[in-house]
Design a protein around this ligand. Structure first.
Ligand SMILES: [Zn+2]
Length: 650
């Protein structure tokens, strides 16, 4: 359910003229034909490529790809989510907030009340930890921090603290500070939810619990959100002893804190990352803090997880189009796997990544005091861009240029290349891959044939329900059905990820009612994989059905998905790629194949399960369906193959 009514969102939009909002962020726009043009605020440039179409109220930068409507613009400038952008623009225009309906309003206020209570608890807890560090009980913790090389200003800037070895330290402090009426009863419950307290069943039973401090005898590192508010804590034990828990513990995940979405130090590093366009990801929070102390202020860390898609998206907001991310990985087997996984994640979002592997500087906290910041910077500058790393890891591992092993390696590297959504980058990588493998580029499987994907893995950028586990590619001796699957994969990677293909279909639907009817017929909007795209597809169909030429205003007025504005911006400022009949046929065929393959995977999984459970009737029914699907996939491969040949003849 949307938080704000569509009607309200539209009024906020109408009250905020895009070029004026853009100008309020010190972006100078000049009229250029039907558009306004200026230097893009999202990437560094000398020649303007940031366009605003005032008639339709969309922007698009042809340098870095930023695009959308006025809400999207504010989201990107302020690094906030859609509802916050609506709120900010409503305030800018002096409109009081209106919620969609009483339920949404209540839900929103409950959520925001809960959130503010949790934030209050974390904030007070932080005050408490800071007080404790400064107080007489904090001497040992202060000594520890000093011994680790943390300066006084650093401790103050990062708001480091000390949780005394007590069961009711934060507990008592929060109770004492809960002054609002009605807050006292609830405060401990909130503190429990915020992960500051833990609950233990009382021995006497009867469902009685007692609450106690979660962090005891630990040096505290607050984890802040984008607005610099504490949302969680990391605690390092000072004296290791039995039953004290791990050396490092973090607040549990909850309403405020989701590890996969948080980068430690981002609020402190954001400005420097935006300025330099470069972000460095290290492993531990002490490393982050030490880097900043040494003047390297574009450093962040993950919190005990590998880099996630969300992390990449977060970093992308700051470095997209102008810079890169440098990340550290271990050089052992597990580290190499993690590296490849991370490279693929970055590749999918087209964020340049440089890999620093097997360097002692990974422990920045030890490296910097010994070698200094200049040496650290020198090493950062030497980091390999991730594609070189991929080439070294694949081709570089083939001894004495054994042709068969080399072919496997080339296919493996191609898998990563195919994830890149940018056609130019992809083409450059293909050229380089071919050159380094010592083969003419044309002999790279055409079109970009990939090695057979492991079950649960899809082609370029595809949605993958079972995760994206990398598996060594299969060798020769493929059965006809897997060969068909390979063909299918190949075609997909040629035409790009599902999202890209669906986005392309939108352009066809937008362009002509004939194409629209055909696409709706073969690939109805409710089967589309990407929500925002499906919404727009359905709305375009409705417009043509009502015999109206679709317009961005009509679609926007009816769209409920906040991702729609970027899609509309793309339709308003289309790419130069021409539209053609064979192209649309190929996209449709490949998407149909995609659906069948997905079903085939499910059928295979269910069949294995049925076999394990001894349900032979079900197993054979599934076997039949699987065979049918394989046949369809193979035929589909042929159809698309025909379409491609047709394309080539032209
Ligand atoms: Zn730009």
């Amino acid at each position: 359910m949307a938080l704000y009514s569509q009607d309200f969102v539209e009024r906020v939009r109408a009250a905020n003229e895009l070029s004026q909002v853009v100008a309020s962020y010190n972006v100078h726009l000049k009229r250029a034909g039907a558009n306004m043009l200026g230097l893009c605020p999202f990437h560094n440039e000398k020649t303007p490529s940031f366009n605003v179409k005032t008639t339709e109220q969309f922007f698009r930068c042809f340098g870095c790809g930023a695009k959308g409507d006025v809400f999207r613009f504010v989201q990107m400038m302020e690094k906030v989510e859609f509802p916050e952008a609506v709120k900010m623009l409503a305030e800018r225009a002096g409109l009081p907030l209106e919620y969609d309906n009483p339920l949404a309003a209540r839900e929103a206020s409950r959520n925001s009340e809960l959130k503010s209570r949790l934030l209050w608890c974390c904030s007070r807890a932080l005050d408490y930890f800071e007080e404790c560090l400064a107080g007489p009980g904090g001497a040992a913790a202060r000594d520890y921090l000093a011994s680790r090389g943390f300066e006084k200003e650093t401790i103050a800037r990062w708001r480091l603290g000390w949780a005394p070895d007590s069961w009711d330290g934060v507990y008592g402090f929060l109770l004492k500070n809960a002054k609002e009426p009605g807050q006292k009863e609830k405060v401990l419950e909130y503190a429990l939810q915020a992960g500051l307290l833990r609950a233990r069943e009382n021995d006497r039973g009867g469902g009685q619990r007692s609450l106690y401090d979660a962090f005891r005898g630990r040096v505290m590192f607050p984890i802040l959100d984008a607005q610099s508010r504490p949302i969680a804590f990391g605690g390092r034990v000072l004296v290791e002893k039995e039953g004290a828990g791990g050396k490092y513990i973090n607040s549990p995940e909850g309403r405020l804190f989701e590890k996969r979405k948080v980068l430690f130090g981002l609020s402190q590093a954001a400005k420097e990352i935006s300025l330099t366009g470069e972000a460095v990801v290290v492993e531990g929070y002490t490393d982050v803090i030490m880097c900043h102390q040494y003047g390297i202020r574009n450093v962040v860390a993950t919190l005990g997880t590998a880099l996630t898609e969300d992390h990449v998206g977060l970093l992308r907001r700051y470095v997209a189009g102008k810079g890169r991310v440098i990340a550290f990985f271990d050089a052992d087997g597990a580290g190499r796997k993690a590296t490849r996984r991370a490279i693929n994640l970055f590749m999918e979002q087209d964020v340049p990544l440089a890999v620093a592997s097997g360097l002692e500087m990974k422990d920045a906290g030890d490296f910097l005091p010994r070698y200094g910041a200049d040496e650290f910077r020198k090493k950062l500058a030497q980091c390999r861009e991730s594609f070189s790393y991929v080439l070294a890891e694949t081709l570089g591992r083939v001894g004495n240029r054994d042709p068969q092993a080399m072919a496997v390696a080339v296919r493996e590297a191609l898998e990563t290349v195919n994830l890149c959504p940018d056609a130019i980058t992809r083409s450059l990588m293909r050229q380089r891959l071919a050159a380094e493998a010592g083969i003419p580029e044309e002999t790279l499987p055409e079109p970009a044939a990939r090695a057979k994907a492991a079950p649960g893995q899809t082609a370029a950028g595809g949605f993958s329900p079972a995760g994206r586990k990398a598996r060594p590619p299969a060798r020769a001796g493929l059965s006809p059905s897997t060969a068909a699957l390979d063909m299918e994969e190949a075609l997909q990677s040629h035409s790009g990820g599902i999202r890209r293909r669906e986005a392309k279909l939108l352009r066809y639907m937008w362009e002509s009612p004939g194409w629209c009817a055909r696409i709706v017929d073969e690939y109805p909007p409710d089967e589309w994989r990407h929500g925002a795209l499906a919404d727009v597809a359905a709305l375009i169909r409705d417009e043509w059905d009502a015999e109206r030429q679709p317009s961005s205003a009509a679609i926007q007025a009816r769209a409920t998905n906040s991702g729609v504005s970027e899609l509309l911006a793309e339709l308003v400022f289309p790419d130069a790629e021409p539209l053609s009949e064979p192209d649309v046929s190929q996209i449709l065929a490949s998407l149909a194949g995609e659906r069948r393959k997905e079903e085939l995977r499910i059928v295979q999984r269910d069949m294995e399960q049925a076999q394990r459970e001894g349900d032979s009737a079900r197993a054979s029914a599934l076997l039949l369906r699987g065979t049918e699907l394989r046949r369809l996939i193979m035929n589909n491969g042929n159809t698309t193959d025909d379409a491609r040949r047709h394309l080539k003849r032209r």
